[in-house]
Structures are given as structure tokens and as C-alpha cells.
Design a protein around this ligand. Structure first.
Ligand code: ZN
Ligand code: ZN
Length: 327
């Protein structure tokens, strides 16, 4: 029975409905109008959409079984390991760096906007390095392995990626004066929206969200980010506000005539948990082992994926440039 209870708690936890259930049980429905009450109602939206998407996929017979299976295994694995390290890193960064901030934000609307812009900068830095530094790509590539897009991709992360991402994002925010209270609010919005942009074609065919596609980062932009088409590689690193993609010239809209091909360029089996999770680490270890000289071995760790000591680079930058020149 204990096993069933644990399983039940896990399902409730995944669906994010524990707080909602508590409020319903207490009978005090007015709590739904408080901040915690509103948050408790927003939390379950993405997990419920994920289930709806899965059911629709089964109805349409486009179930993307491979993606769901591997991402489910990843979710279970990370559930027990990754989350706690990430929370510890956030707490550590706040403790270390808050004293060096030149000022502190409050909860005024303009500070919320400021905080979000700073958060997006932190997100851009972590995400850009995740694509451009091979060692960090080992942490991030799990997220790019799925060859279909659906909400379960939200959970496809190597367990050390969250601690790595949160260390960079938290440090930048805290040093630039974002108060922890505001930081946690932003993390909640970012987490929810960051999950939503993985909504698949089964649930939302056109991810452009109409005129919003011109203003914010939409599922369409993030589909482009997950694509391995030469034009789309290494673009759209932001999460909600894509200002930094525009500033650093990594902004790319989905083209009507270029069908998105999801996944990464390496030969791999996206249905194999070990390959999805550890494949890039194995590939990097092999390259480092074979590289002549210590300097080359080191370069493999810090240069972008596709860099080669022979000079025959197959990086995203080279691939994209060659494609644009061939037009
Ligand atoms: Zn990415
Ligand atoms: Zn993604």
C-alpha cells in the first residue's frame, strides 16, 4: 500500500495539483484569489495540456511514442537527482552574491520589467554557452535529442543542466540587483511559459500566436530553435522576451517553405535513453582521447560542437554560412 501511496503522491506532484487539492479540501475557496491560490491554479495547466496532447496524439495516430517514452524515463531520473542540486545552487548564489548588488529591486511594475530583462540576459548567456561550448553542450544536448515536438520535451534535460543554468541565471540576476523574491516570481513565470513553448503540432498546429509572433518568443520560434535545418541551427536562445536574440543577431523566424526537422545532427538513436542522456559525453570523450597534444584535447572541451583539430569544422556557424551562400 505504501508503494501505491508513493505513486499517488508522485502523480499529484507531476500534475502540480497538491495545493489546489488542499484548498478544495479546506473548503475555503476564497484562497484561490490570493497569489498562492492563483499560482496553484496555473501550475497544473502545462501537465494537463501534456496529457491532452498525448491523448490527441493517440487519436490522430501520431503518438510520438519514442519521445514520450524517453522523456518519461528522464523525468523519473531527474525527479530524484537534479532538482535538489539546482535548488541548493540557487540558494548558494543568492547567499554569495546578494551583498555585491549595487541596489535592490522592489515589486513595482517597472522593476518587474527590469528583472525580466535581466533574467532573459542570464538565460541567453547560459543557453548560448550551452550551444557554443562543447562541454556545456553535453549538459544541454539531451533537450535537443527528441525528433518530434510535444510538451514532454519540457522534461528532457540532463540532470546537471538545471544546476548549471540556475547558477548562471541566478548569479547574473542577483549581481544586477534583482531581489530574490522577484527572482522566484520570474522563475515561476519563466518555468510555466518555458514549458508552454514546447507545445506540439498535435495540440497547436501553427505556433505563431498571431501578431504576438512579432513581439514575444512563441512556440514557433522555439520550434525553430529545436530544428537541425541549417538555417535554423543555433538561433532563438531566449525564452519569453526575445530582445537579446535581436541584440546579438541570433533571431530567426520560422519560414513557411522550410519544414522543421527536429533533433541534433549527430547520428543517434533518439529512442535510447542512454544515447539521449550520455551520447554527447561519450562522443566528446572519444574526441578528447584521439586528439593529438594537450592543447587540442583542451580545445575540444571549450570549442563549439563540430570543431575539429584537423580544421574541418562542422559547427553550426559553418553549416549555416555554407547554406546561406548556396542560396
Ligand atoms: Zn537549446
Ligand atoms: Zn526547448
Amino acid at each position: 500500500m505504501e508503494f501505491l501511496q508513493t505513486l499517488f503522491n508522485e502523480v499529484i506532484g507531476f500534475l502540480g495539483i497538491s495545493q489546489t487539492l488542499e484548498i478544495l479540501r479546506s473548503g475555503d475557496y476564497s484562497s484561490f484569489t490570493t497569489y498562492d491560490g492563483i499560482v496553484s491554479l496555473i501550475y497544473p495547466i502545462i501537465p494537463l495540456l501534456l496529457l491532452l496532447e498525448l491523448i490527441l496524439g493517440l487519436i490522430y495516430k501520431k503518438a510520438q511514442t519514442k519521445v514520450y517514452k524517453v522523456n518519461f524515463l528522464i523525468y523519473i531520473f531527474n525527479r530524484f537527482v537534479g532538482r535538489f542540486i539546482a535548488i541548493a545552487m540557487v540558494a548558494l548564489c543568492i547567499g554569495l552574491f546578494q551583498q555585491y548588488a549595487p541596489f535592490q529591486t522592489t515589486m513595482k511594475w517597472y522593476w518587474i520589467v527590469y528583472g525580466y530583462v535581466v533574467w532573459e540576459l542570464g538565460h541567453f548567456v547560459y543557453h548560448y554557452l550551452g550551444h557554443k561550448v562543447r562541454l556545456f553542450w553535453c549538459l544541454h544536448s539531451t533537450h535537443h535529442a527528441p525528433e518530434d515536438m510535444n510538451l514532454s520535451v519540457t522534461h528532457a534535460h540532463f540532470f546537471l543542466e538545471a544546476p548549471y543554468a540556475d547558477t548562471i541565471r541566478t548569479t547574473i540576476c542577483i549581481l544586477l540587483g534583482v531581489h530574490p523574491e522577484l527572482l522566484f516570481l520570474i522563475m515561476f513565470i519563466d518555468g510555466t511559459y518555458g514549458a508552454f513553448i514546447h507545445i506540439g503540432e498535435n495540440l497547436l498546429k501553427n505556433g505563431r500566436l498571431g501578431f504576438l509572433n512579432k513581439i514575444i518568443l512563441t512556440p514557433s520560434h522555439h520550434r525553430v530553435h529545436h530544428a537541425k535545418n541549417p538555417l535554423y541551427m543555433d538561433t532563438n536562445f531566449c525564452n519569453l522576451l526575445n530582445i537579446w536574440d535581436r541584440v546579438f543577431k541570433t533571431y530567426q523566424e520560422e519560414q513557411h517553405d522550410i519544414k522543421i526537422e527536429y533533433g541534433i545532427t549527430r547520428e543517434m538513436n533518439s529512442g535510447n535513453f542512454m544515447d539521449v542522456y550520455f551520447g554527447e559525453i561519450v562522443a566528446l570523450a572519444k574526441d578528447v582521447w584521439r586528439a593529438p597534444g594537450l592543447a587540442n584535447k583542451f580545445r575540444y572541451l571549450v570549442m563549439p560542437p563540430g570543431w575539429s583539430h584537423t580544421g574541418e569544422h562542422k559547427t553550426a556557424k559553418v553549416t549555416r554560412k555554407a547554406y546561406l551562400e548556396s542560396l
